[in-house]
Design a protein around this ligand. Structure first.
Ligand SMILES: [Zn+2]
Length: 492
């Protein structure tokens, strides 16, 4: 078994071999924090989360850096238009720094809910202005960049390999370039490293070229270099950022350091709605906060992982409903196993059962090794469940130890690698919905009786007994809250 990645720059599936054995330096372009994250963000960051989890599972020591863009990302993605952060801050009449804080928190909140592990470092562009200025100075001194009217541009024609990631040739670029009126540039393909700030532009920093702000592409080169070194093992990002963003990152970094910037380029595909890209500009996006009102975050995670990260994911309520059903089916088997742990007798289990478990685990890992084929890995989990259900239905005696081992396998693959199977306690509390509508009304009545009994006991000062009821309920995930005149209950 060997891990292979599809490398966007060689356009081939390649065996993964990091620069330093046992270590992986990984950088992923993070969000521009001017709005709440949507399903498209979830696809991207869940995909990289699983890659990080799998690399760690294989024993690599991974340093995972994902930046926060809080300056310089202009509305047309090139060198024109407004700064997205600044425009939104002005619209909401708040300080850009306040806006950034609000949406950075919102981003992490949603990523946490999706069970993404936090990156090891989340550097912000505005906190790395000196590093960016230093990189620009280096590029100017090496003849790759020029100052023009207080701005600095990268001269694309000086870097011969420009276009090697996206496959766009400089001649094509020129022929197909939009007519852009920017007299500061020597060539329309040149891109901004530093932009002069107009008087009204409040996000501004001092630089050797006057007051201004960094170009969007620059931060990723400067911050990846600072935290991960001049050559990265893996760089990830959305396929829509391959050009110009990643192409520009390569040009800046390789021109500055004279070495390969990234060894494995990984690009995730996008989320579509009826075949069209989901995005803010098209107005067809669904924020995660809205989606979470209807679906459990793990359902959304499961939905994303059911499709390969390099394939587009078509969003619809029907598809999410189907994912919800699928995940519940998986949980049902896991719940069955967990119940059996409590009920099964000690004893031996045949070797045959273990051999079968091993086969499913192998199928899972083989799928992951093939460029993180999560849909194949999920299929392997369902095959495992089929096997487990058949075993439990057979009436054959299965030992407690074996049930524990099956549970651990779900935990190892479903939780550790895919992050879709919560630990035992949480499944009970969060996902398990054992009650039909009819059961629910009975539950309400029974809870009413219990609460009345407890209140009566308290009135009679029989606190030991009233506490006993409360504690027993807490154990099964039901909490009581005594307000002034009634006792409320909720199931975690
Ligand atoms: Zn980037």
């Amino acid at each position: 078994m060997t891990l292979k990645f599809y490398n966007s720059i060689t356009k081939k599936k390649e065996v993964f071999k990091p620069l330093v054995e046992g270590h992986v330096n990984m950088y992923v372009c993070g969000p521009t924090v001017y709005d709440h994250p949507h399903i498209g963000h979830a696809k991207s960051y869940v995909s990289y989360d699983v890659i990080v989890r799998y690399l760690r599972y294989l024993g690599y020591k991974v340093c995972y850096v994902q930046n926060i863009t809080d300056v310089g990302h202009l509305t047309d993605n090139a060198d024109a238009g407004d700064d997205k952060i600044l425009a939104r801050a002005q619209r909401e009449r708040i300080e850009p720094a306040v806006l950034v804080e609000i949406y950075t928190r919102s981003y992490f909140e949603d990523m946490d809910a999706l069970n993404n592990l936090r990156p090891d470092i989340s550097p912000r562009a505005t906190a790395h202005i000196p590093e960016q200025i230093e990189l620009i100075e280096k590029l100017i001194s090496k003849g790759y960049a020029y100052v023009s009217n207080g701005s600095v541009y990268f001269e694309v024609s000086k870097y011969r390999e420009y276009g090697k990631l996206s496959g766009r040739k400089q001649e094509d670029l020129e022929a197909g370039a939009r007519i852009e009126i920017n007299l500061e540039k020597r060539n329309p393909n040149d891109f901004a490293l530093w932009k002069k700030a107009e008087p009204a532009h409040i996000m501004r920093w001092k630089s050797p070229w006057g007051e201004g702000f960094p170009g969007w592409h620059l931060e990723c080169s400067a911050m990846s270099m600072k935290y991960l070194g001049e050559s990265l093992d893996i760089h990830g990002g959305g396929i829509e950022n391959m050009f110009p963003h990643h192409e520009c990152e390569i040009a800046q970094s390789e021109a500055a350091n004279d070495m390969t910037f990234v060894r494995y380029w990984i690009h995730n595909n996008m989320v579509t709605v009826n075949g069209q890209k989901m995005g803010k500009s098209l107005g067809n996006f669904v924020t995660l906060k809205d989606a979470f009102k209807k679906y459990h975050p793990l359902t959304i995670r499961f939905f994303i992982l059911s499709t390969h990260y390099r394939s587009p994911l078509d969003f619809s309520n029907e598809a999410l409903d189907a994912a919800d059903k699928g995940l519940k089916r998986l949980f049902n088997t896991i719940k069955r196993v967990r119940r059996q742990i409590d009920e099964a007798a000690n004893g031996e289990t045949t070797v045959l059962v273990y051999e079968k478990l091993e086969e499913h685990k192998k199928a899972f890992l083989n799928a992951m090794d093939e460029d993180i084929n999560t849909s194949g890995a999920i299929a392997a989990l369902f095959d495992l469940s089929k096997e487990v259900n058949a075993l439990l239905d057979s009436g054959e005696e299965v030992s407690k130890k074996c049930m524990e081992d099956i549970n651990s396998l779900y935990q190892e693959l479903g939780d550790g690698i895919l992050g879709i199977v919560p630990v035992r306690k949480e499944v009970k509390a969060d996902i398990e919905d054992d009650f039909s509508e009819g059961d629910k009304s009975v539950l309400k009545e029974v809870m009413g009786v219990l609460i009345d009994t407890r209140n009566q006991l308290r009135k009679e000062k029989l606190f030991q007994l009233s506490d006993f009821i409360r504690n027993k309920l807490t154990e099964i995930g039901i909490t009581l809250e005594d307000t002034q005149d009634v006792t409320l209950w909720k199931k975690r």
